[in-house]
Design a protein around this ligand. Structure first.
Ligand SMILES: [Zn+2]
Length: 271
């Protein structure tokens, strides 16, 4: 619902121009998508490091954003204290609070809009009730008895209000997966679905150590492993956490050449 704002000076910004031409467009693309993500998720410019990856970004792009200080990474400092420090495994968008709507503002605005709509809805429903019984056609009793001049029933829920509340509350009440989309994707491929929480821990540890291959390679390796153990007694199939910790994907595939986030991470991790 909130807008992620892009300054009309973006194209001449020193920071943007400091990004090498050959990666400038894609890097600004990642900055924009992650900004929109943060605005929607109300994270005040804090971007967990799995987000760029899931949006199709590369580590090179993320590193460029950190280098030109459009983003801050853990351990980097900014002279603007409002930026705050990046926690482990997250990026912080520079000067979010100066230009972008804050979580508090957005929530306050939503509450205000919701209250106004509810009030307008109640007023409208009451007016319809008095002037047009058909508006309440789903109230069979009132229609059948023809008692349309009874006036509004104070105990009757106002339809627009109910709808409004469900729309506003919907996103907050959706169950959130504690796992990343990449992990969930790999999980679909892995043949033994047990101890998912453990597997997630192993996944995150490997990812943070930047020693993880690209998702498509991991999924392909899980597929290959599934073919290998097909028909075996499940107890001889490795638990998913162990498969990750022991880097069993290395048994299944030769590492794919270049391009993926994982490979870039692996390279970055060596530095
Ligand atoms: Zn900053």
């Amino acid at each position: 619902m909130p807008w992620f704002k892009v300054d009309d000076g973006l194209n001449t910004s020193k920071k943007v121009l400091a990004i090498p031409r050959d990666v400038r467009m894609e890097t600004v693309g990642l900055w924009t998508l992650c900004g929109a993500w943060s605005a929607r998720e109300l994270t005040d410019g804090r971007i967990p490091d799995f987000v760029p990856e899931e949006l199709g970004g590369s580590l090179r792009q993320a590193d460029e954003l950190v280098r030109v200080q459009l983003w801050h990474a853990p351990g980097t400092t900014c002279e603007h204290s409002e930026c705050g420090e990046a926690g482990p495994a997250e990026y912080v968008a520079h000067d979010w609070h100066e230009y972008q709507p804050s979580r508090a503002d957005t929530l306050a605005k939503r509450a205000d809009v919701s209250a106004k709509r509810s009030a307008a809805g109640a007023k409208g429903a009451a007016a319809r009730w008095q002037t047009d019984g058909k508006a309440m056609a789903n109230d069979g009793k009132a229609m059948a008895s023809g008692r349309q001049d009874d006036g509004p029933d104070p105990t009757r829920p106002v339809p627009i209000k109910t709808k409004d509340l469900s729309t506003v509350g919907e996103r907050d009440s959706l169950p959130k997966s504690p796992y990343s989309a990449s992990f969930e994707e790999w999980w679909k491929h892995y043949p033994r679905k047990e101890s998912k929480g453990d597997a997630w821990k192993a996944w995150e540890a490997t990812r943070k150590a930047r020693t993880m291959p690209a998702l498509q390679d991991l999924s392909a390796a899980a597929d290959a492993y599934a073919r290998k153990v097909k028909g075996d007694d499940p107890k001889f199939v490795k638990l998913p956490a162990g498969w990750i910790r022991d880097r069993k994907w290395e048994d299944e595939t030769a590492p794919a050449d270049g391009g993926g986030w994982g490979n870039l991470r692996a390279l970055g991790g060596a530095a």
